[in-house]
Structures are given as C-alpha cells and as structure tokens.
Design a protein around this ligand. Structure first.
Ligand code: GLN
Length: 538
C-alpha cells in the first residue's frame, strides 16, 4: 500500500504530551493490523541529545543501533512495542551538517545554498528514510517544539511540500494544543488554540485534526467553537483530558474514536479488529490498589524526573509484575555526601543507582551502595550504578582505600573501573562511547541467569568506562560474581554479590528495553526482592 503520513505539530505550549499522544495513537493503529513506524524531528541545533545536559533535555534514549535520541522515542517504543532505528530521530544540527559537508565536497556545483530548497530537501530526504528502512504502512512524524518557533519553520515548510509530493490524501496533520483553565471564571479558553492554528495556516498548513489537551473535561460546545474558528470538522476536534494513568491513554484515544477518524481521513480500512484485552488487563492492574514498596533512586539529576524517564517506567512495569505499587524517593546523591536526607534511603525497601557522567555526586552514590551492601538492602546499579558498586566493594571489602573509576580520579592506584585501550585516544565527546546493542552471556546459577531464564541476552549500552579485568580474580575471591560477560569473556556486563538478597549491577541500560506488558527481568528481580524485604519486616 502507499505509505501514509501523520504529522504531529504542537501549539500553545510545549510539554502537553504530544509524544505520548502520538505514541498512543500509533498503538491503536498497530492494533488495527498496520505496520507503524515513528520519527521525531528536533529543531534544535545540537547534532544529537547525547551531549546535552539532562537538566535541559531529560533522558537520552539509546536505540539498538546506538543512536542517542530524544526521550519521546522511549514512549514510542514502549507504547507501540517496536524497536526504532537511527532514522527515527534527527535534528537541525544533523541536517545542516549534512548540507554543509555536501557543499564543501562541491556536490552543489557552485550553487547558492539556501534554506529552501537545500535544507528542506534534506529534511524531506530524512523523513523518507523511515519508510525506506521499515516499509511501514503508516509513518508518524512528530515535530518537536511549538508552532511559531523560528527553528521549526524549515521543518513545517518541508512537511508542507511533502504533502503535495506524496499526495494530500496520504497525509494528515494533527495539531496538539492546550486549553488553559481560568480559575476566576472556571472556564477553559480556546483563544491560544485559535492563534496557534492561525500561525500554522500562515505556513500553508491547515490541520486535519485538533487534539485539545486539557486538565479539565472539555464539553461539546467548546469543541464546536474550536472547529468553527479553526476550520476543521467538528468530529475532528478531539478533547484529551490529562489522565493519571499513562498507559490508559491508548484506551482513551480508542474511546474518543480517534483511530477510526484517522483511518477514514487517510482512506484506509482497518486490517483487523483491535484486541485490547491484554492492554485493558494492564490498565486495570495499574489502577488496582496494591501494597506500596519504596525505592530510593539515588541520582544526580533528581530534580528533573524526566532525566530518568525510562528508569521510572521500568520500575513501574516491574512493580506491576511483582504485584506492588512503586513509590520512588528521589534522592540527591550529593546530599548523602553532606549527611543529608539519609532518612529517605533508610526507609526505602530498595536502592537504585542509575547511570551518569562526571564526578559530582559519585561519592554519595558510593555511600548508598555501601549502605545497601552492609544492610542487605536490594540494590540495582545501572551502568555508573554498577561501576560505583564495584568501586565501593574494592574500597571497603578488598581494602583498596583509594579505589575509583579513572573517570573521576585519573591518578588512583586502584582503577577498578578504567578505560579500555580503544577508548583512550578519543577526544570528541559526541557519539564516541560504547553505544547500542551488545550480546552478553549469563553464568548459570546466578541471580542474573535466574532473572532472565535464558543464556544469552542483548542489551543497550552507553558508556566509555569498563570493569578493569586486572581486578577480576580478587573481586571473585571476595564474593563478587561476574554473572554476565561479553561472549569473548573480555568485558564484565553484569556483576552481583553472592551473600546478599539482591545486589546486582549491569554495565548496560536495561531500562531501555522494558515494556509495560514485558517488564525487564533485572527490574522485576529488584521489585521482588524489595517486596520480600518489606514482608520480612512486617
Ligand atoms: N560515566 C560512565 C562511563 O562513561 C557511566 C556512563 C553511564 O552511566 N551511562 O562509563
């Protein structure tokens, strides 16, 4: 079939859940038998989010092929249950880098390089790559930011052109806006939506559908008003009230009749009837009251929960599987160094130390790992969290007082975490880590092997430093088990403590492959251990 495109634009304000809405709609289309692919266009000038501060950008989501992408890709993978690739995310920075390198090579034969057509052509080429690499029936494309941003103009122009090139009947523009609520008069306002649609139309794009996001119920009159002022069909204004339950959104979109409307507008017929039984069970399970288990998440960017988006979701998925409700205590690792906020750690049923870069707060994470080891509190270390669990072990069990990762102390006499030789000569920061999917072989009889229940796994990585093999035998003698290794045995991928209910660290990032209905084994292991610990206290 001809590939169909759904373009998502945002109006009024950002952060209204455009990505989640697109992902949830994607799921409803997949349920109708379509092969759905996704793409996120980020109008900022950075080449990728890999070198951006998590405070600014939230989590960097890593794909199988090692692409460092926007966190919306995480929503797409989790909701639609797909594995995206590098073509699924690009930025203005990448577009310009490509065009400028072609210009330097002389590919343009001396022509003047302009935003239209050179930049817009490169944008269109990259949008086209999704269909080429996936053969998708429907490609969902989300444009980051809000209409009216200077950076997004070339993107909107490119998509406008694309609509004519692939045929209007094959393209749908969905505009996601926000209805502010005025407390004094208790009413929702449509004016900002009208303005944002006017801005979109000034770019030559009339939306086919408007999703009106709101924290309050939106009545039919308001939808009619939006339809009238924004020149869309009445049925094509879909109110979408904020839900307390993230994974309920596909069901709400289904209930609002949006997928059928989309198919009608694209001239498509469902290939099969959607089957929501598993998903409904999942949502019912989410809503069911369950005993609470507390996890202290000891990190460096805890003020911004989006920086740990996939970790938080993976904890929620695993909690569901373990039949508990997870409450996350966000603990700033630097506070622990100053002897502050320890009660948050002490009252937790489990401790999780996520990934991170740079030395700030690492000593606090080491203290948290020590506390978990000595008090037999279930612990999961992700990437840096695994490395620091090893540093702590070296310092306090093996007696290497100055043990560290050479990332944080270049002159340590005990670099238990160190650079591999092939990483030493790299100067560039961006895209130079061990990135993407790598195989790992599990050691039978270990906690990791029991959790996964298979012998070989593939997991996503994003790091430069590795466990230093010079210390392997010493660690093993003292009770550390290297339960996951690269197939050639050279790289430590999982470490776990022998005499401990659950102290496990992975060099990879398991959180990226967790799904709501297929929780990640290492997270499930943590939640089960936490549940047992809590039951033991009762
Ligand atoms: N900074 C560490 C490294 O580069 C850990 C990275 C991470 O936690 N993702 O190896």
């Amino acid at each position: 079939m001809t590939t169909k495109y759904i373009f998502f634009t945002g109006g009024v304000v950002s952060s209204v859940g455009k990505g989640v809405t697109a992902a949830a709609l994607g799921r409803t289309l997949k349920e109708r038998g379509f092969n759905v692919a996704v793409q996120k266009l980020d109008p900022y000038i950075n080449v990728d989010p890999g070198t951006m501060s998590p405070y600014q950008h939230g989590e960097v989501f890593v794909l199988d092929d090692g692409a460092e992408t926007d966190l919306d890709l995480g929503h797409y993978e989790r909701f639609i249950d797909i594995r995206a690739s590098r073509v699924s995310n690009f930025t203005t920075g990448q577009v310009y880098a490509e065009v400028i390198s072609k210009e330097r090579r002389g590919d343009y034969l001396g022509g003047t390089i302009q935003v239209i057509p050179h930049i817009t052509n490169e944008i269109k080429r990259r949008v086209g790559l999704v269909e080429k690499t996936t053969g998708a029936d429907i490609v969902l494309v989300e444009i980051g930011g809000t209409v009216g941003d200077i950076e997004s103009q070339p993107f909107l122009e490119a998509l406008r052109q694309l609509r004519t090139e692939v045929g209007r009947e094959n393209v749908l523009f969905v505009h996601v806006t926000w209805l502010p609520y005025i407390g004094a008069t208790s009413e929702l306002k449509t004016k900002p939506t009208q303005h944002s649609v006017a801005a979109l139309r000034s770019m030559g794009i009339s939306p086919n559908m408007i999703i009106a996001r709101s924290d309050y119920p939106v009545d039919a009159d308001l939808c009619e008003k939006i339809a009238l002022f924004c020149d869309v069909d009445k049925t094509a204004v879909v109110p979408m009230v904020t839900s307390q339950y993230l994974y309920e959104i596909p069901l709400l979109i289904e209930k609002a009749g949006m997928p059928d409307l989309v198919l009608k507008q694209l001239g498509l017929e469902a290939k099969k009837k959607p089957d929501w039984r598993e998903w409904e069970k999942l949502v019912a399970n989410v809503k069911r009251p369950k005993p609470e288990v507390t996890v202290a998440l000891v990190g460096k960017y805890v003020e911004l929960h989006d920086a740990y988006m996939s970790v938080r979701e993976a904890l929620k998925h695993a909690a569901l599987a373990a039949g508990v409700e997870v409450k996350i205590e966000w603990v700033h690792s630097a506070d622990l160094e100053k002897d502050k906020n320890w009660e948050q750690v002490q009252k937790a049923d489990a401790i999780l130390v996520p990934g991170g870069f740079g030395s700030r707060g690492t000593e606090g994470k080491i203290l948290a790992a020590r506390y978990a080891r000595e008090n037999k509190i279930p612990y999961l270390g992700l990437c840096l969290g695994m490395q620091l669990m090893c540093v702590e072990f070296a310092r306090h069990v093996l007696g290497h007082e100055d043990a560290n990762s050479s990332e944080f102390d270049r002159s340590t006499a005990s670099p238990v975490i160190d650079l591999m030789n092939d990483q030493r000569s790299i100067i560039d920061m961006g895209g130079t880590m061990r990135l993407g999917l790598y195989p790992c072989v599990l050691k039978p009889g270990t906690k990791a092997a029991a959790a996964y229940a298979v012998e070989k796994i593939d997991e996503r990585h994003r790091h430069r430093w590795e466990f230093n093999n010079a210390y392997r035998a010493e660690f093993e003698k003292a009770g550390m088990v290297f339960s996951g290794l690269s197939p050639d045995g050279k790289l430590v991928e999982i470490a776990e403590l022998k005499d401990h209910p659950y102290m496990v660290g992975s060099q990879f990032h398991p959180e990226f492959l967790s799904r709501p209905n297929r929780p990640h084994p290492l997270f499930v292991g943590l939640m089960k251990a936490a549940k047992e610990k809590k039951a033991g206290q009762a």
